[in-house]
Design a protein around this ligand. Structure first.
Ligand code: NAD
Length: 241
């Protein structure tokens, strides 16, 4: 049976790897992207070369109208959404004393509010058919805190709270909601702090190595397919929370 996964921010980085992993598991993929159509098209071609189907979905997740249209487009094409991965995220790093209103608001708006818009719209469809999985990509700093990015930390902590609240509310509709912390990766986002943080972060991993991105993407699929797990937060590296 055809299964459908909608991945936000799927044009590059962690989202791209998650999209390809779900395609390898036989899902049709909704590839959400905000701006970089060429990169999203490249992901669609990769999915095609795996024998999979995909749909390009240009939408800013922080805009609820665009999110409604995006979910409507997936429903129009495939008639259902089995999995939502809330992966889209940004950083606007600044210390608290220097942080502008815009840097705070934009980060919360994309990382937390955007995830909520997507969760709410997809949950409406999932609850109707009494089946679905929602995965929220958070970060270890949302659990442990960090200096110089309180906006990002608060958005990621909020995402873990949203996961638990949604899991409680949606459980009776057989919709599972879990949160995944992906480790540290040299994506466009990770690259901005790589040189500054790499040695310290690696030393915190007691295996002495960072998370493998393909392994993490595969883990997202595995969690999505578990029928009896919800409301959980999974840290996917060798740092202890
Ligand atoms: P990235 O910057 O490479 O990719 C982020 C993706 O989100 C891009 O595709 C971007 O276009 C998309 N995006 C940003 N704003 C958007 C919007 N308004 N609407 C739709 N899409 C939007 O970053 P990444 O490292 O691949 O991060 C993916 C997720 O993993 C993020 O939520 C991030 O917070 C989280 N994360 C990353 C790391 C890491 O080490 N890279 C660590 C912990 C958590």
């Amino acid at each position: 049976m055809n299964r459908v996964a909608l991945i936000t921010g799927a044009s590059r980085g962690i989202g791209r790897s998650i999209a390809l992993a779900f395609a390898r598991h036989g899902y049709s993929i909704g590839i959400n992207f905000a701006r970089s159509k060429d990169k999203a098209e490249a992901v669609a071609r990769e999915i095609g070369s795996l024998g999979g189907k995909s749909l390009l979905l240009e939408a800013d997740v922080s805009n609820s109208e665009q999110v409604k249209k995006m979910v409507g487009k997936v429903m129009g094409e495939w008639g259902k959404i089995d999995v939502l991965v809330n992966n889209a995220g940004i950083t606007r790093d600044r210390t608290i004393l220097k942080m502008s209103d815009e840097e705070w608001l934009e980060t919360i708006q994309v990382n937390l509010t955007g995830a909520f818009w997507c969760l709410r719209e997809c949950a409406k469809e999932m609850c109707r058919k009494k089946e679905g999985a929602i995965l929220n990509i958070s970060s270890i700093v949302g659990a442990k805190g960090s200096s110089g990015n309180a906006n990002y930390v608060a958005s990621k902590a909020g995402l873990m709270g949203l996961t638990k609240a949604a899991a409680r509310e949606l459980g009776r509709f057989n919709v599972r909601v879990n949160s995944l912390l992906p480790g540290f990766h040299r994506t466009d986002m990770g690259n901005r702090v790589w040189d500054k943080l790499f040695e310290r972060v690696r030393s915190e991993h007691f295996l002495g190595k960072l998370t493998d991105l393909e392994e993490f993407a595969e883990f997202v699929c595995v969690v999505a397919e578990q029928k009896s797990v919800s409301g959980q937060v999974y840290n996917f590296d060798s740092r202890i929370l």
